[in-house]
Ligand binder design. Structure first.
Ligand SMILES: NC(=O)c1ccc[n+]([C@@H]2O[C@H](COP(=O)([O-])OP(=O)(O)OC[C@H]3O[C@@H](n4cnc5c(N)ncnc54)[C@H](OP(=O)(O)O)[C@@H]3O)[C@@H](O)[C@H]2O)c1
Length: 280
């Protein structure tokens, strides 16, 4: 299945595409500039150049592909207007073009931040999202519209809500120190290793009969801020220990659906297994 993968220059996309190419899968990537083409072209991927906010990009990128894994997003240090333009508007435009092009699969990479706090238990895919902030609000709005396109126009969408992604040399874990130091040390964060993101996306992409479904993607053991800091050889701020937690389940998701329906079992079920395997 020739698959268009957006966001191949990003943290998730670069690692996912490399795994696809290692498996000799037919891949087309969308990059934003000519300067980003060479490594992918030389690595065996077809390349389309274009910005998803431009009206003709989606149609050109989709020509001759059977599936889409839409990973591209704008959320690190971008103005809110850009976050909405890419994460919501350009995602919807890509999905509409995918319907017109008749693709067989459309995987949308979303975030577990769409859930928001306040449930007092792990968030499940059936829970109504309560996003806050431009990035989660834009992603949640795109999800709603893609599910509507599924119901009304048959978009074969599957949504993957990722936890905090780490591993394979991604600086994300080290960057977490900046805020984890101020968290209550017992506040937890749900993680997922890049290898398991790839496994999950492959399972979601390949599964039959799951159009219109949402899947949480995370590992088996959320880490505390204390563990996160210690994995980075750091300690919490002294006053952090006095911080109260209003919802100890904020950011924690239920992964039963992907486990039972798609057979997902994390290769790195905990941060410690990834650490021991030298996979950070
Ligand atoms: N990393 C995590 O912990 C995490 C957690 C949950 C969900 N996710 C989801 O995973 C996906 C990837 O995240 P990431 O951490 O890999 O992000 P990232 O490193 O910021 O990568 C974003 C990618 O999107 C591309 N992009 C941005 N704006 C674009 C546009 N207008 N047109 C075309 N491409 C555009 C970027 O291209 P350039 O190189 O040209 O900028 C880059 O390839 C996102 O959908 C995010 O919501 C990530």
């Amino acid at each position: 299945m020739r698959t268009l993968i957006t966001g191949p220059t990003g943290r998730v996309g670069s690692r996912y595409v490399r795994r696809q190419l290692d498996l000799r899968r037919p891949v087309r990537v969308l990059v934003r500039s000519e300067a980003q083409v060479a490594p992918w072209w030389n690595g065996g991927a077809e390349v389309t150049v274009g910005d998803l906010r431009e009206p003709d990009t989606a149609k050109r990128a989709l020509e001759g592909v059977e599936a889409v894994v839409h990973i591209a997003a704008a959320f690190r240090g971008v103005p809110d207007a850009e976050a909405y333009a890419v994460n919501r508007d350009a995602t919807i435009a890509l999905a509409q073009a995918a319907v017109d092009a008749g693709v067989a699969r459309f995987v949308f990479v979303s975030t577990n931040l769409v859930y928001g706090p306040g449930r007092g238990r792990p968030a499940g895919e059936g829970d109504e999202p309560r996003p806050a902030g431009a990035y989660p609000v834009g992603k949640a709005a795109a999800e709603v519209e893609l599910l509507r396109l599924h119901r009304e126009r048959g978009l074969p969408v599957r949504i993957a809500r990722l936890a905090f992604v780490y591993g394979d040399g991604d600086p994300h874990l080290a960057e977490s120190v900046a805020w984890a130091r101020r968290w209550a040390p017992h506040r937890r964060l749900h993680l997922v290793h890049h290898a398991d993101v790839a496994q999950a996306l492959d399972r979601i992409l390949a599964a039959e009969g799951v159009d219109g479904q949402v899947f949480n993607v995370a590992d088996d053991a959320p880490v505390t801020a204390l563990e996160l800091l210690r994995a980075n050889q750091e300690e919490p701020d002294p006053e952090a220990a006095t911080r109260r937690l209003d919802d100890p389940w904020e950011g924690i998701v239920d992964t039963c659906r992907i486990r039972t329906q798609l057979g997902y079992r994390p290769l790195y079920p905990t941060l410690y297994t990834a650490q021991a395997a030298g996979a950070l």
